[in-house]
Ligand binder design. Structure first.
Ligand SMILES: Cc1cc2nc3c(=O)[nH]c(=O)nc-3n(C[C@H](O)[C@H](O)[C@H](O)COP(=O)(O)OP(=O)(O)OC[C@H]3O[C@@H](n4cnc5c(N)ncnc54)[C@H](O)[C@@H]3O)c2cc1C
Length: 432
């Protein structure tokens, strides 16, 4: 009995129930299919730092698998071509993968399932809860966060499951292409490396050694560096860590060292992640519509020069320039930074939110379809925000979060002034 497990956003051995489901096969082929990002909103490809982090995560997973006598086949292209061909070649009786939100992810799964002559089994993904634990029916996911939180906050997240200690061997006679070797280094300003071990080390350091979690509520709005918040999202996004492991680590910390508002706030933020994940499953293509899943339109435009200036950190707003330069160099921006940069694009520059979301998608180390598009919709007032959008006054944000302008100065945010662009007939607002 030969089986295939298709890794997607779950690049780990520990707490991977989907992988465990295939641990009793006679032979097991482990595959990752790297599909290049689709061209979208005038953008193509993946930013250098995001690509580096993903490559490191794949390489670390492959090393972990090799210690168990297994291997990881990393293929470029589309899953619905590779997986059926491999399944036929090895005579697989079933293929498995874990659930990830997202319209394109669903389409890819369905195309694979149609092209296979054996079943495609779908396992628990990277969420705190499984769908049967949610107290609302599958199509009645709350539209806003507060009712969601109230409905789930008493439910205990699932316990993480241990990594397999043995795995079936891979089928014989297959070629494993070399992984591309990255020549990009992690930036000094945000020195994180992909891989499950690096993610676990980050939990250990931030929570248990430095106990920074105890001050999280006071420090989480900082703009720079690694330590204001957990910085666990890059590992969560590619699945080197599961949300259940992070929740379990916080609970262990609370048992050992005590809880306070800050420790509870990390769990609260994980619920935001959870909310956007379940919403994205419901919203499907609605996540990418200009008016969101509810079709709420706001007046906006697409002015290419202003968009280019925002992307390059060359606007008339020093704080936003610094944030965008930080993103370009490191693949990182703090939560407060993302809110400020997004508000600037949508409110100060009047540009359609999806262009900003697509730029974040390209560059963020922690790009996650549900959290990225969900947060952008929220900011733009076409998503889950009951207030119908957020405006962050840039002068006030600078006074509050960069009063000495150290962050602006570090990232070269002060740019020479530029004349206003001439508005021409091509600048009619987009209304649908
Ligand atoms: C415009 C915009 C785009 C965003 N895009 C992404 C994205 O692509 N991927 C992503 O993981 N997060 C995204 N976020 C949410 C948030 O900014 C990041 O999760 C957070 O900054 C990650 O840093 P951290 O791991 O130190 O988080 P912490 O503050 O330490 O929080 C712990 C965990 O809680 C979750 N979390 C925290 N805040 C949020 C939030 N607002 N929404 C959802 N989950 C949250 C994350 O998994 C995070 O790792 C976005 C926010 C905005 C405003």
């Amino acid at each position: 009995m030969s089986e295939i497990y298709w890794f997607q956003h779950d690049l780990r051995l520990q707490d991977n129930p989907g992988l465990l489901e295939h641990a009793n096969a006679d032979t097991l082929l482990l595959v990752y299919v790297w599909s290049e990002s689709r061209p979208w909103c005038n953008l193509t490809g993946m930013g250098a730092q995001r690509r580096r982090f993903l490559l490191e995560s794949l390489s670390a997973l492959r090393d972990d698998l090799r210690e168990l006598g297994q291997d990881l086949m990393v293929l470029s292209g589309v899953a619905q071509v590779h997986l059926p061909a491999l399944a036929d070649r090895i005579g697989a009786t079933r293929v498995g993968t874990s659930l990830s939100p997202g319209y394109y992810e669903r389409q890819a799964r369905e195309q694979v399932a149609r092209a296979l002559s054996v079943p495609l089994d779908l396992h628990l993904g990277n969420t705190l809860f499984k769908s049967s634990q949610l107290p609302f029916g599958s199509r009645q996911m709350p539209a806003q966060f507060t009712p969601f939180k109230q409905a789930v906050e008493e439910i205990a997240p699932l316990e993480p499951v241990a990594a397999p200690t043995v795995l079936p061997p891979p089928p014989v006679g297959l070629q494993y292409p070399e992984l591309a070797s990255g020549d990009i280094k992690p930036p000094l300003a945000f020195p994180v490396r992909g891989g499950a071990a690096a993610g676990q080390q980050r939990i250990q350091r931030w929570m248990f050694e430095e106990e920074s979690i105890l001050q999280y509520k006071q420090t989480r709005n900082g703009l720079d560096g690694l330590d204001g918040s957990s910085s666990l999202s890059p590992w969560l996004a590619v699945g080197c860590l599961s949300a259940r492991e992070v929740a379990a680590a916080v609970q262990l910390f609370e048992q050992d060292k005590g809880s306070n508002e800050s420790t509870g706030w990390v769990l609260f933020e994980l619920l935001w992640r959870e909310f956007f994940h379940w919403r994205a499953l419901d919203d499907d293509i609605g996540l990418f519509r200009v008016g969101g899943s509810v079709g709420k339109l706001r007046r906006c435009t697409f002015e290419p020069r202003n968009f280019a200036r925002w992307c390059q950190g060359d606007t008339n707003f020093p704080l936003v320039n610094a944030l965008m330069r930080q993103l370009l160099e490191t693949g990182w921006m703090s939560n407060r930074g993302r809110q400020i940069a997004a508000s600037c694009l949508v409110n100060d520059l009047g540009i359609e939110w999806r262009y900003g979301a697509a730029f974040f998608e390209k560059h963020l180390l922690d790009y996650d379809v549900a959290s990225n598009y969900g947060n952008w919709q929220y900011l733009a007032g076409v998503g889950a925000d009951p207030r119908g959008g957020r405006y962050f006054n840039l002068e006030k944000q600078t006074r509050l979060y960069d009063p000495q302008q150290e962050f602006i100065s570090k990232w070269g945010g002060v740019r020479p002034p530029q004349p206003d662009h001439v508005v021409d007939a091509a600048d009619w607002p987009i209304v649908s």
